[in-house]
Design a protein around this ligand. Sequence first.
Ligand code: SAM
Length: 283
Amino acid sequence: MNPAQWFTEQVPGAETAFSLKIKQKLHEEQSPFQHLEIYETETFGNLMVIDGCTMVSTRDNFFYHEMMSHPVLFTHPEPKKVWIIGGGDCGTLREVLKHPSVEHAVQIDIDERVTRLAEIYFPELCASNHDARADLKFIDGIKWVKDAAPNSVDIIIVDSTDPIGPAEGLFGEDFYRDCYHCLSEHGMLVQQSESALYHMQLIGEMREAMSNSGLSHLQTLFFPQCLYPSGWWSATIAGKTALSAFRQQDCANKIFDTTYYNVDIHKAAMAQPEFFKKAFPLK
Ligand code: SAM
C-alpha cells in the first residue's frame, strides 16, 4: 500500500483509522478558521476534509444529510422556520428545503470558504442555494443564536464539525440555553452526536448540557455513515416540550425523493440499543 495514494483519518482514543484510495488532491488551503482539503477518490467521488477529518463524500453524504433533516422535520408539527448552524457544504439545506412547509431556512456557517468549495466540488449539494427561501450567512453560529430574538425559529439543526476549534462552543450548555430562548413553543434542536461506539462520554455530556438548558426531551437516533469514525453515527433531537408524534402519514406521502430515509428507516433509527438504554434510561 503506497501511503501517497491514500487519505487516512486516524481516530485518537479509538486507535483506529479509515482510509480512502485517492486519484488526486484537487485543492488545499488554510482558511481563517480551518485547514480545507478536497480529494478525488477512486470509489467515493469527491471528498472534503477539514482539519484532517472527513466531512463529506459524493457517494455517502445522503445518509447524513437526510438523517440530520427529515426525522426532526417530520417530528415537528409544522416546521416553518429552520436554522442550520454549520452545514457549509449545503447538503442539509438542500434536504430542509424539500419540505413545502418550510418558509425560511437560514444556514449559518462560520467559514464562507467551505461553501465556495462545495459550489465547485459538490454542486449537487448546492442545488437549492438560490431557492427564494434560502438564506446563507457567514458568521459564528454561537453569536447568531446569542443575538437572536426569542421565539424566532422552529428547528435548529447543528451540522457542525467535531467539538474542537470553532465548533467547541456548539456543544456547551451556554449555547443550548441561547437556542432554548430563540426556539418557538414546540421548538426542537437536532445535533450530530458522533458515534455511540466511540464517543459515549461526549454523548453523555451533550445530553446533560441539553437537559440543563431546558431542552430536556431527548431522542437519539442512529444511522450508518461509512465515512465517519466507526461507520455508525448518531444525531440527538432535544425538544423544549415533549417531542410530538412522528407525522408518519405525511412522511409516507412525502412529495420529494430521498435515497435512504423513509417511514421504516425513521422508526428503525429511533430504536435504542440495549447499552444505550442502560446508559440513558428514559426519565
Ligand atoms: N457532516 C459533517 C461532520 O459531521 O463531520 C459536518 C460538515 S459541515 C462542513 C461542518 C461545518 O461546521 C464547517 O463548514 C464549519 O465551518 C462549521 N462550523 C464549525 N464551527 C462553527 C461555528 N461556531 N459556527 C458556525 N459554523 C461552524
